[in-house]
Design a binder for this molecule. Structure first.
Ligand code: UD1
Ligand code: UDP
Length: 395
């Protein structure tokens, strides 16, 4: 029997935890599948990329396109040009893309124009907000894909409404949760304060971030379970305008970190903008804010499962908080993951970027207990269902 040749694509941090269980499942069937992994190189820092390959045991990419940073047009254009060369050389039966980053959209378009079938893991999510670059990536990708592998029932409905054939839509569940379930015990073993010490961004008189020094101790060195807030933010809508970022920083310094320590994993986009807007030093000097570099997967999972409150604009962290039960303030006007919201049984509340709205939710959440919510098929078996769907679809 001819083996099915699958070329899968990753580019940025949230892709790695989605591809890991898929790659592990394919390897179980060496007589049926051949896997070729492409990294577009959109994220390239060790802490944003390589660390996940090591900790999640993802096979080394067969090729790294080295795309790097740039405007959307530059990233998408360069990815298409470089990906096309690999595609023509490798001639896969299927291209598998995940999520909603620029690689997802660029590689789907390139493959379809060469009449190669495309499967999308995490199809059907919609924020209905075209200001989000990811929404454009999702809509374009789904509109041309052959196999739409969906994480929840909202996604199924969105695709039906857009007129996709029922035969194309496969409800497989959330692959992020496969990774979470496979790694939660290992994460639980970690020591909170060691995570902080290892990843702390030490103060630097120049205001520039520097390498972590091992002998520097954080201002708050005794972090306890359920007594801190964890924060990540990187959406352009929160961090690209000085006015918005400044108002969020004021809220964090004056109100949020007053209640309990705030552990902030700083995304490179956010760090760049905090420095550009002259806000970096003030945040660094706030005694109850602990700035850390982007942390590894297990470390983030431990922070999430131990925090009293999650404050985030990340898509993946909304989902992980839902399953872990961490009350989650989603600092966005809309979400493509409504299944995580309180009104649908989850733990997230949408607040947008308005400091007052965030503060109201924060005060309420101080009294909430952890209560995990598992939407249908968020059960750790998604990668297996995806591989079955590809096998059924055939070459
Ligand atoms: C990208 C994705 C976003 C995803 C996020 C996850 C798109 C359109 N955006 O946004 O959907 O939620 O990743 O983290 O695909 N940088 C570094 N080192 C790196 C990578 C980036 O310093 O390894 C800096 C560069 O200054 C770069 C900036 O971060 O310009 C933004 O990176 P980019 O990949 O363009 O977008 P993200 O904001 O990371
Ligand atoms: N994450 C991580 N370390 C961090 C911040 C996030 O490992 O310092 C993980 C997080 O747990 C989730 C994924 O990265 O699994 C989400 O990626 P990100 O927030 O970058 O992108 P998004 O999901 O918003 O597209």
């Amino acid at each position: 029997m001819k083996k099915m040749k699958i070329m899968s694509v990753v580019g940025a941090r949230p892709n790695f935890m989605k591809i890991a269980p898929f790659a592990h499942e394919l390897v179980k069937h060496p007589d049926q599948f051949e896997h070729f992994l492409v990294h577009t190189g959109q994220h390239y820092d060790k802490a944003m990329s390589h660390s996940f390959f090591e900790s999640l045991n993802i096979p080394h990419p067969d090729v790294d396109l080295g795309i790097g940073s740039g405007s959307h047009a530059e990233q998408v254009g360069r990815t298409m040009i470089e990906f096309e060369k690999v595609l023509l050389e490798q001639k896969p039966d299927w291209v598998v893309v995940v999520g909603d980053v620029n690689a997802t959209c660029a590689c789907s378009i390139t493959a379809k124009k060469h009449h190669i079938k495309v499967a999308h893991i995490e199809a059907g999510l919609r924020s209905f907000d075209l200001h989000m670059p990811e929404e454009i990536n999702r809509m374009v990708t789904d509109s041309i894909c052959d196999l739409l592998l969906t994480p929840d029932e909202f996604a199924n409905e969105n695709l039906r409404r857009e007129g996709h054939a029922e035969s194309q839509i496969k409800f497989v569940g959330n692959i992020m949760i496969d990774t979470l379930e496979a790694n939660r015990n290992q994460a639980a073993e970690l020591d909170l304060n060691e995570i902080i010490q290892r990843n702390l961004i030490p103060p630097d008189v120049s205001g520039q971030a520097s390498e972590v020094s091992t002998d520097f101790r954080s201002p708050v060195s005794d972090l306890c379970e359920n007594s801190f807030t964890v924060l990540t933010m990187h959406r352009p809508s929160n961090v690209d305008s000085k006015e918005t970022l400044e108002s969020l920083v004021r809220l964090l310094i004056d109100k949020v970190s007053i209640e309990m320590p705030l552990v902030w994993s700083v995304h490179p986009r956010t760090k760049k903008n905090l420095q550009r807007f002259g806000l970096w030093d003030e945040v660094m000097q706030c005694a109850n804010i602990i700035l850390i570099n982007p942390v590894g997967y297990h470390e983030m999972l431990k922070l999430n499962m131990s925090a009293k409150i999650m404050l985030t604009d990340s898509g993946g962290l909304q989902e992980e908080s839902c399953v872990l039960g961490t009350p989650c303030i989603t600092m966005r006007e809309s979400t493509e993951r409504p299944v995580t919201l309180v009104e649908h049984g989850g733990v997230s509340e949408l607040t947008g970027s308005d400091p007052e709205g965030i503060l109201v939710a924060f005060k309420q959440f101080l009294n909430f207990d952890r209560r995990g919510h598992f939407p249908r098929l968020w059960d750790g078996g998604t990668a297996k269902r995806i591989v079955n769907a590809l096998r059924d679809a055939g070459c």
